[in-house]
Design a protein around this ligand. Sequence first.
Ligand code: IVH
Length: 462
Amino acid sequence: MGGPERIQQLAEAVRYHRELYYNQSSPEVTDAEFDALWDELKLLDPENAVLHQVGPEPLPGTVKVEHRFPMRSLDKGTTDEDIIHFITQSTFGGKQYLAQPKLDGSALSLEYVAGNLHRAATRGSGERGEDVTLNAKQVENIPTRLNLPVDCHIRGEVVMPLKTFEEKYRDVSPNPRNLCSGALRQKHGDGKADASDLVFCAYDVKFVKDSPEVQFDSQLLEMLKNEIGIEPAPWQVFDAENPQKEMIKYTKQWSEKRSSYEYEIDGIVFKLDDLQQRERLGSTAHHPRWALAWKFPPEEATSVLLGVDWQTGRTGAVTPVARIAPQTVGGVTVENTTLHNVGEVERLNLNLGDKVLIVRRGDVIPKIESGLGPASQSDLEGRFHADGTSFVGVLPSNKDIQIPSQCPACDGDLEAEGAFLRCIDLMCDARTSRTILYWCRSLEMDGIGEKLVEQLLDAELI
Ligand code: IVH
């Protein structure tokens, strides 16, 4: 059957199961079954309204949204001079600036009509994004109704708390940023992360009509927080005669605070605070002239690759972990760093005993960026562990990294899955202990650590 009857049947089924999934959180079919219905409908009737727009809320990623106010990029800088230059060329009349951390997540625009969430869209090209309303509604601090009946577009960054990333997602993604955009754009909850694990931090609001008569953007942020009911990213206002000194000091303070902040940030955004002055300065085709994204310079250092251990995670993924001579990067002493998967090991083309370049970018844990050829014994000298004790190490002979064919935990066969290696034995101890740890953490059962779980498994108590 491929006629109008089947099309109608499919359209109804898609609508029905989507409603169960999104609005009642009680799906009756698996993602694969849902996909089959969706694909068949798309084949028979690609223009069917259900595929594109069902009621006000289409399936995330299927409908494009023309941004009423374009979502522009920012001009970038990394040095003190870049800040001084920005101030010099943007100060016409006023000298008040506002600064916010540059959150490293996924940009989101929330469109409210009479205070009700009408639509949420990704940034996309800046002119056109994708409708992701259904997923945005799962983000706890995105209200479906504001405290005031205003028509406005609220822009911000969707981020994942680093604590959540470490506890739930470290195994599945190298950084929280990728999870944020994946969680927003997933079609029916089949992404790597739950949208309910994300947090929205606002940085901008534009009113469609009846803009409040305020002089400064910082007043709008106050208004968002205290009257409208949306949480902005933290901000600081600089209004000295020569604000550059304080602004540079602010970047230094955040460089120190960065590693203990609850979200990943990759810099500071400085913006002229006076809204009329912004108008006067205008924009280039690419960015406004009244803002600067000052980015933390990447922190780099060198170490020596001493060994590679393979670990089996909760999902059975076998991950290579590089053991390196202790090295401090961005205030953190690193001795172990993940190589993520076999694909990454092959891409880096490293040998044991190589000198390696370690870079800490936005990511929390510094990683090996590239190999620098064979190291010498002197590359191991003058190094200290995190506890301050001296490191004593012997340079390993320069040889290839061995890729295992057996699971390092249970000795079972491994399967290659693209760039990944996976243990397929459900009874593998490593999988069991990581699963138990994962659930204990999710249930906030403090005091149950790796050692205790291993002891319980050894004693065959679990
Ligand atoms: S202001 C005209 N403030 O950075 C642009 N952007 O490179 C107004 N971002 O995609 C943007 N934190 O999503 C602003 N505190 C912040 C930000 C921020 C992160 C992102 C933004 C944009 C990108 C621009």
